[in-house]
Write a protein that binds this ligand. Structure first.
Ligand code: URA
Length: 481
């Protein structure tokens, strides 16, 4: 039995190097006893040496990209068994390239649970880190420190998210599982555990005021709230001690709100909306992968739509898709499912592409706006068109999706998608049905939105329009070939 001791702490390269060496030497999973140094206090740091580098002409093990995505997340989990689990999967995947599709497989399902837990922990970090201002040298940039207690080694995974969001200040995020710091030029990541710093400042009161103001008693769902904001995070959240009082007062507040009745928006509301539409979208460094982008978008709160939607509905499809379809915004069913085009409009879309012989799993399907905008009416949520300001804010995500996918053909379905893709208000019919050259050799193809077809009352006209939409799908297929 070989004994290998890794530092761990989310260092994928360290595990990969060891796994490669053992695999090349033909050492089987049951012949290795993996340990994590950091989890074993007083543990003597002895290990068997790694096998020598394999000869240059030896054939290395290969893995599908899905394994890399899984392994890079699993390695951040705090369970010391993750090293052996990944090594076993690495061997088994050589026999069955589709192993990771077998959700009933015990090892695959354990790894998937670890991956999910790491994603969740990373997401919580983006939601619950609270920066506090600390003393800075006179005339220097303002400095902030935050303390966070993650379950897993997610600091390095999320550091670039904070770098993009908080570029204009110096900050340190300290955790018992390492730290990340940004000084305007360099992002420094350390694996060394930190002690909890003694910090609290005036922004605690701001957080409390903000939280008390955005808390909507009419939408209170205590169970969902506890699931979203588990109690273990409360001790580091300045606003947490307000929560029991806000919950206790919610019912009385809702009754008082109902009694007061509806009010008109304040006069400056429209001015703010118009100003938001004119605001340039901030230039920020793009996230490196689709996965990272999706994680970032999951916590987007750039416009007010996030507050009422269930979740961000990000685009989906392979990163090498040749065709990208862009709709308007998720509908009621998409908002609940977290996936684009799965409701009635999605059915029209699916049928039309299927008759054209287009495989949806090869497409990237997304929306101009990533949150569902609606008006509650009784128990129903009635779709509302996003305004220009909301589309402008969300163009940031669409641009990053385009930059990563680099599709050959981009299909704008409807006026909102067309506006988001071109930045201009144009008549759909003027552009419909022919390829329009865009930068970097891409083609834009304009067609109607599938929900337009659903709304046509006259059956004959509906059939005609549906046939035209299908014809558009045939043309799109030809363009991407
Ligand atoms: N309409 C859209 O524009 N997008 C969806 O995802 C669903 C309906």
């Amino acid at each position: 039995m070989r004994r290998v001791v890794l530092e761990g702490r989310g260092n994928f390269e360290e595990w990969r190097k060891a796994a490669r060496a053992f695999a090349a030497a033909g050492i089987l999973p049951h012949e290795i006893d993996w340990h994590e140094k950091s989890n074993e206090p007083g543990f003597a740091f002895q290990r068997d040496a790694l096998p020598p580098d394999p000869p240059a002409n030896s054939k290395p093990m290969t893995v599908p990209p899905a394994f890399m995505t899984l392994a890079e997340a699993v390695i951040c989990h705090s369970d010391p068994k993750r090293f052996s689990l990944l090594y076993s999967l690495l061997w088994r995947i050589q026999e069955n390239r589709h192993l990771l599709d077998l959700s009933s497989d015990e090892e695959v399902s354990r790894a998937r649970l670890m991956q999910k837990s790491v994603y969740r922990d990373a997401h919580k970090m983006t939601a619950f880190v609270r920066f506090k201002e600390v003393a800075a040298p006179a005339g220097g940039r303002r400095k902030f420190t935050a303390w966070f207690e993650p379950d897993h080694y997610v600091v390095a995974r999320k550091a670039s998210f904070f770098q993009r969001r908080f570029t204009d200040m110096d900050w340190l995020i300290a955790t018992p599982k390492g730290s990340a710091a940004w000084n305007g030029e360099r992002l420094t990541i350390s694996n060394a555990p930190c002690e909890k710093p003694d910090i609290s400042d005036a922004t605690d009161d701001l957080w409390r005021t903000y939280y008390a103001n955005i808390f909507n008693p009419a939408r209170l769902k205590v169970k969902a709230m506890h699931a979203e904001m588990p109690k273990k995070y409360w001790k580091n959240l300045p606003e947490a001690d307000l929560i029991p009082g806000l919950i206790a007062d919610a019912e009385a507040k809702v009754l008082a709100m109902a009694e007061r009745g509806a009010t008109m928006p304040l006069p400056y509301h429209n001015r703010i909306q118009e100003a938001a539409a004119r605001m340039p979208v901030p230039e920020m460094a793009p996230a490196g992968t689709l996965e990272a982008l999706r994680e970032d978008a999951a916590v987007c709160s750039q416009c007010p739509l996030h507050a009422r939607a269930t979740q961000t509905v990000f685009g989906e499809g392979p990163v090498d898709a040749k065709i990208m379809f862009v709709g308007e915004q998720p509908g009621d069913q998409e908002d609940l499912a977290g996936r684009p085009f799965v409701g009635p409009a999605g059915k029209v879309f699916d049928d039309a592409i299927a008759q054209a012989g287009i495989d949806r799993s090869r497409l990237y399907v997304t929306n101009a706006v990533k949150h569902f905008k609606y008006e509650p009416r009784g128990k129903r949520r009635i779709h509302q068109r996003p305004n220009l300001g909301e589309v402008q804010q969300c163009r940031w995500w669409l641009k990053l999706e385009l930059d990563l996918i680099k599709p050959k053909v981009i299909v704008a379905m409807g006026a909102t998608a067309l506006y988001s893709l071109t930045g201009e208000k144009q008549k759909l019919e003027d552009l419909r049905g022919r390829p329009i050259a865009m930068e970097e050799g891409r083609m834009l193809f304009v067609t109607v939105h599938p929900s337009y077809l659903l709304r046509i009352p006259d059956e004959e006209r509906k059939a005609r329009e549906l046939a035209r939409f299908r014809q558009d799908m045939n043309l799109i297929k030809g363009l991407a070939a």
